[in-house]
Design a protein around this ligand. Structure first.
Ligand SMILES: Nc1ncnc2c1ncn2[C@@H]1O[C@H](COP(=O)(O)OP(=O)(O)OP(=O)(O)O)[C@@H](O)[C@H]1O
Ligand SMILES: O=c1ccn([C@@H]2O[C@H](COP(=O)(O)O)[C@@H](O)[C@H]2O)c(=O)[nH]1
Length: 240
């Protein structure tokens, strides 16, 4: 299946992937490798918005399960995404890419606050815009932040670069017999409770008719392949 071409896209980068082969944290080599691929996508003519997850540092839900108060844990998770956003910005700028980090939680001495019109202007000026701190609200994830910013910025598609190469009929990390879909509808993802992305993110994309492409960002060169419509991935939202 050849997927359609898009121009303005939101790329959700998995926080978990940024730790490379480590158990935790940010692996500079992996960040540089992904930044180089983002740079190539920019040079190929894509208008790029990025949202970076925080799973390599802190997840609110996991911390709450160990006794943390949930909202504090979620704020810690959002702060983790700011660290990742700064790491990606740093790598991109060292490669000569003009970028801006905009945080949903204002922190004036670190980066700009998220203001939609400013973000649009940055894009128009050819900058890569990195949205940090998720939605700014607890009880959400960066998948929902990605769907929200994609809608606000008028993105034509949301590309979720993660550690699996698409959406399966069961979690492939738990069920080795799971099979991958090439494409499927928003309703099926929700009805079958397929957990590759949270339901609020899928519902937001459905409402705003933003297709989601789930692909693996672990393999070198895969971003360019998938952006050009090839490679292994699952496209959600172009079929019933
Ligand atoms: N039906 C499914 N198809 C594919 N992956 C699934 C499915 N159900 C669960 N998963 C899991 O979803 C994970 C990817 O989503 P998740 O939100 O956990 O990570 P991420 O967004 O890549 O990381 P981060 O939160 O750090 O940004 C995969 O690692 C996979 O094991
Ligand atoms: O809008 C948001 C986005 C994120 N969080 C918290 O941050 C962590 C890390 O994000 P991931 O999407 O899991 O990578 C998440 O677990 C939440 O605790 C949030 O509260 N609100």
């Amino acid at each position: 299946m050849k997927r359609p071409a898009f121009k303005r896209i939101l790329l959700k980068l998995s926080g978990e992937v940024l730790m490379g082969s480590s158990e935790f944290g940010i692996d500079p080599e992996t960040v540089n490798r992904i930044a180089a691929e983002v740079k190539s996508a920019k040079e190929a003519g894509f208008e790029l918005c990025l949202v970076v997850g925080g799973g390599n540092i802190f997840r609110g839900l996991a911390a709450a399960a160990k006794g943390f108060e949930r909202t504090s844990a979620d704020y810690m998770g959002m702060l983790a995404t700011v660290m990742n956003a700064l790491a990606v910005q740093n790598a991109l700028e060292q490669m000569g890419c003009d970028t801006r980090v905009l945080s949903a939680i204002p922190m004036a001495s670190v980066c700009e606050p998220y203001i939609r019109r400013k973000a649009v202007r940055h894009l128009e000026k050819g900058r890569i815009v990195i949205f940090a701190a998720g939605t700014g609200n607890p009880y959400f994830t960066t998948d929902t932040a990605a769907a929200l910013r994609a809608a606000e910025m008028g993105c034509e598609a949301l590309f979720k670069g993660t550690s699996v190469d698409g959406v399966y009929n069961a979690d492939p990390k738990k069920d080795p017999s799971a099979t991958r879909y090439d494409e499927l509808g928003f309703d099926q993802v929700l009805k079958d409770n397929l957990k590759v992305m949270d339901a609020s993110a899928v519902a937001l994309c459905r409402e705003n008719k933003i297709p989601i492409v789930v692909f693996s960002i672990r393999e070198q060169g895969n971003l360019a392949t998938v952006l050009s419509g090839g490679g292994t991935a699952t496209m959600v939202g172009t079929t019933e």
